[in-house]
Ligand binder design. Structure first.
Ligand code: MG
Ligand code: ZN
Length: 218
């Protein structure tokens, strides 16, 4: 075994220990935690803004925003009505780690029903990093084309839920959202699928109903 592989294994093991600690805390406090992953620019923050605006008078939503540099996304979800928002700036690291979440939770208030973690836009390394979440969600925009599920099968297999976003742009980009769903299901037949346009609001109600149903109050 090469030295590099052993180091990587050690990092993952250390991460998993902290992830279990996070998971225990989430269970004790009765918070449902989801980890949303995608490519950059697939519309994670826009979908969160729309969802939080629809749900914030029914459940208490917290958000941990992962970003390489700015706090732009945190400001947006806060304005949408999230009860608690923390920004993690990874300073160049292209994924979130369990220790970053643990640190972010230092000032997390009691009484949240749903904690949404927006991961760094990246289809590869966030997949292997357990954060202690209960559900991994993949957001895939139709503007990314048809080949992502087969090119990045790891992330599609790790996720329980797939949101196909920007469906309103289908005529412009010549990608059929249903065909993209079929491609994705070929990689992971267990995926629960939503089709949305965060911009127009299409499909966002169904997605929000589901978020409500998994949150501890739902
Ligand atoms: Mg974002
Ligand atoms: Zn990374």
């Amino acid at each position: 075994m090469s030295r590099t592989i052993r180091i990587e294994k050690k990092i993952l093991e250390a991460n998993n220990i902290i992830a279990e600690r996070n998971r225990k805390r989430f269970a004790e406090e009765g918070i449902m935690v989801v980890n949303i992953m995608s490519s950059p620019g697939s519309g994670k923050t826009t979908l969160l803004e729309k969802s939080i605006a629809l749900l914030s008078d029914r459940i208490n939503i917290g958000v941990i925003e992962g970003d390489i540099a700015t706090d732009k996304d945190a400001v947006r979800v806060e304005e949408a009505g999230a009860k608690w928002v923390t920004q993690i700036n990874t300073g160049g690291t292209c994924h979130l780690e369990a220790g970053m979440i643990e640190q972010a939770m230092e000032d997390m208030p009691k009484g949240l029903d749903l904690l949404i973690i927006e991961n760094i836009g990246n289809l590869i390394c966030p997949v292997g990093m357990d954060l202690g979440e209960e559900i991994k969600i993949m957001l895939s925009s139709i503007t990314e084309g048809m080949d992502k599920p087969k090119k990045y099968p790891g992330i599609y297999r790790a996720c329980k839920v797939l949101v196909v976003n920007k469906v309103d742009l289908a005529p412009m980009v010549d990608v059929d959202p249903d065909a993209l769903v079929t491609e994705s299901l070929e990689v992971n037949p267990q995926l629960k699928v939503f089709k949305t346009s965060a911009r127009t609001g299409e499909g966002v109600d169904d997605w929000c109903e589901w978020l409500l149903s998994i949150s501890k109050k739902g």
